[in-house]
Design a protein around this ligand. Structure first.
Ligand SMILES: [Zn+2]
Length: 333
């Protein structure tokens, strides 16, 4: 067989699911799906199958396609992971929202305008994003014992690194997710309860609801591929593998994170130009002005104040702001 034929043989094996290669090997391929709506697309993956048995970890990124430190950290960690050192299996997909990557559409899939991280575990009878989420959930997330879904600030936002963990009311799964979040080593851990509306349908809620501990680590800002933020993610992934017993030795000691129980997203009451008066990581107090919105003549049209004390965890850096658009988020213990 030529190399190309070998590649297509591997492609054939990755239809609607990923077959694991022999123990102690690493295999690349492209995942395709039989659902007609997904026929034109494929998802690059790498499977690292450890020399000995252990958990199966799904390592994904690019649910938001301009969060480049996340994508880079996934690729770099997976390339450097030697099967001989590993117990269990890592299934890495560096890019989930494939259609959004080259057009650089922030947050949403350009085919139907939906944010994939609001539509997991998906729906095979929905529009493209629902179908994609369903196919990837079945093929990649559901067969796993743990999920790391890497994110960061998209093209229009900056953030201080934090890890989101789901709180779904299942004590065992919630504790396992929180333990992964703490050991990941970012300065904040945000407890996220699924709620109707804006924040439903995240990968980590869908995973946790299926009994799979899951975290979303966030690092990087404004669509920039920056080295310190990438390295934070690579080190965090490695620490979780130690924590799960997939790599030898205990996890590296990390400073205890600030545990955020209250995570408030402020939205624009009117459209206009957004002038924030705070920066990420800044501590704010109840009632403090955090920015204002002006109209296209420069008249102030809305003052924005902090509803409670806390730290600014992320901030929209792009001034163009529609009514209801996200301005910033404040996290508090
Ligand atoms: Zn994201």
């Amino acid at each position: 067989m030529t190399e190309q034929e070998q590649q297509s043989a591997r492609d054939e094996a990755a239809l609607d699911g990923i077959d694991l290669p022999p123990a102690g090997t690493k295999q690349r391929g492209r995942l395709r799906f039989s659902h007609p709506m997904l026929a034109d697309w494929s998802w690059p993956f790498t499977v690292v199958c450890g020399a000995s048995d252990g958990p199966r970890l799904a390592l994904i990124s690019g649910v938001h396609p301009a969060e480049y430190p996340a994508i880079e950290a996934n690729i770099r960690f997976t390339r450097g992971l030697e099967p001989a050192r590993l117990r269990g299996t890592v299934v890495s997909l560096p890019l989930i929202d494939v259609p959004a990557f080259l057009p650089r559409t922030p947050f949403v899939c350009p085919i139907d305008g939906k944010n994939p991280n609001r539509f997991f575990p998906g729906d095979p009878n929905g529009t493209f994003t629902d179908v994609m989420a369903d196919a990837l959930f079945r093929a990649v997330i559901r067969p796993s014992d743990a999920l790391i879904d890497l994110h960061g600030g998209d093209l229009v936002e900056s953030l201080i690194p934090f890890t989101v963990c789901p709180v779904i009311g299942n004590e065992e799964i919630d504790a396992a997710s929180a333990a992964m979040a703490r050991v990941f080593g970012l300065p904040y851990v945000v407890k996220n309860r699924p709620q109707p509306g804006a924040l439903a349908g995240m990968t980590i809620h869908a995973a946790a609801s299926a009994g799979i501990p899951a975290i979303i680590p966030e690092s990087g800002s404004c669509g920039l591929l920056t080295e310190p933020e990438t390295r934070l993610l690579v080190e965090g992934i490695e620490n979780v593998l130690h924590h799960l017993g997939m790599l030898d030795g205990p996890p590296r000691q990390v400073p205890p994170p600030v545990e955020v129980e209250r995570f408030t997203w402020l939205t624009a009451p009117v459209e206009g130009i957004w002038y924030p008066s705070v920066i990420v990581a800044e501590a704010v107090e109840t009632g403090q002005t955090v920015g204002e919105i002006r109209n296209l003549y420069g008249d102030p049209v809305a003052d924005v104040a902090a509803p409670h004390d806390g730290d600014v965890l992320f901030l929209t850096t792009s001034p163009a702001m529609r009514e209801g658009g996200i301005l910033l988020a404040i996290g508090a213990r």
